[in-house]
Ligand binder design. Sequence first.
Ligand SMILES: NC(=O)CC[C@H](N)C(=O)O
Length: 358
Amino acid sequence: MNQVKLILEDGTELEGESFGAYTSAAGEVVFSTAMTGYPENLTDPSFAGQILVLTYPMVGNYGVPGEELYESISRIFESDKVHVAGLVVNYYSQEHSHWHAAKSLGDWLKEYNIPGICGVDTRLLTKKLREKGALLGKIVAEEDIPMHDPNLENLVAQVSPAGVQHYGHGQHKIVLVDCGTKTNIIRCFLERDVELIRVPWDYDFTQLDYDGLFLSNGPGDPKMCQATIKHLQKALQQDKPIFGICLGSQLMGLAAGGDTFKLKYGHRSHNQPVKRTGTQRSYITSQNHGFAVDPKTLPSEWTMLFENLNDGTCEGIQHQTKPFFSTQFHPEAAGGPQDTEFLFDDFLKAVAAYKAAQ
Ligand SMILES: NC(=O)CC[C@H](N)C(=O)O
């Protein structure tokens, strides 16, 4: 294996071995404490521009499954490519064994020209990221490259589709604004009674005929999505149900007149506890975000719907009178627990109630 380095903007240099593509890459270094789910994480478009550190000490041992399609979308992955800029692990298992595996993690990364570095002390690295916050960094192979801050770019424009696509034949017509959607969100809708119209992030969906609006997850700073926010503000004037996940939740907060801020090092794992406001009920959730809505900045007709039990941050918002709600976490999971998937049913119940009242 070739030697490579991980260099952080604070001057830290860690030596390791290359797996995946032997090439250099720069981005924002973030960590995830999820124990499994690298095929899902690596294809989640929300990770665009980020070098992902996995804290679980052995990675790659179950390989990567082969692709299967379902209604023209992937049944297996969260999009059609690997989106992370690079991958950092402690021990990379060169051998893999799983009934569903079609290739190794290293070969899969090579297909997308994404570098991996292994043999790195990921505990030391994670402690550093927790103390200092997410840092810029680069994996350096033969060629040195400059640091690169992906949050200064409109990453959503890079991962959002170019055109409109239709799926399903159910009775509820849902517009999905695709800011970098995970395919499991589409699967969750298609398992229900939905016809889905998937539109690009800057598409003027207000001219469409629909029953409910959904705003997807996506990469980068939500404030880059001004076109989506503008269209969403029009939708907030109406009464059609709206549901947003992760970036979609942040966009709802911004469109409502609130503010978002960058968390020190974000939440990326499959065991984040959240509590539903006004209840004693908590849920274990899948999360992947670096920004959050500041609930103090929300207008009085909006309230916090879920709160993170680790750090008290806002995990979703809700309108007091209209059927508008969001989650900062991922009810669609993939990977992670499916405990909050019922929120898709709640959204579609609100859609049915809205239609019945017309
Ligand atoms: N998964 C997401 O949608 C992430 C949203 C946003 N890019 C963040 O990091 O907070």
